[in-house]
Design a protein around this ligand. Structure first.
Ligand SMILES: [Ca+2]
Ligand SMILES: [Ca+2]
Length: 132
């Protein structure tokens, strides 16, 4: 078996790689945001001879999803709080939550990257059934 040493894996962090006895190399990485990245892999043999490749990795966005809410009930003038959970495998994505409490009554909340839960409060001053 030829001795091989990996100097540098994918140009980004969180490298995990496995090299088997045949020299086959598997590198894995999860990207936190969509985009086009150039990975760099350099392999050096026991005599400092080197080989490398720079494959382009195209990462597409995965859409955010919202966990369904139950129906809510409140009294006039009472504070109602809606707590929500979102999922997004793009862990570097930021998100904007818009809560339409009623016609012409919208609240907007900006979530930092990694902020996957939110809580917003509202007080209704007119009776009625509202679709939030
Ligand atoms: Ca993204
Ligand atoms: Ca996303």
């Amino acid at each position: 078996m030829r001795k091989k040493r990996v100097l540098q894996g994918w140009q980004h962090l969180n490298l995990d790689y496995v090299s088997d006895a045949n020299g086959s190399l598997t590198a894995e990485r999860a990207y936190g945001d969509n985009g086009v990245y150039t990975a760099t892999l350099i392999v050096v043999d026991g005599e400092d001879g080197a080989g490398w490749d720079t494959p382009v990795v195209t990462v597409s966005n995965v859409a955010v999803s919202l966990v369904a809410f139950p129906d809510l009930e409140t009294g006039l003038g009472e504070v109602i709080t809606v707590t929500g959970v979102i999922t997004d495998s793009g862990y570097l994505d930021t998100h904007t939550v818009s809560v339409v409490w009623a016609a012409e009554d919208t609240g907007v909340l900006n979530l930092e990257a990694g902020g996957l839960q939110f809580s917003v409060a509202h007080t209704y001053t007119q009776p009625g059934d509202y679709s939030v």
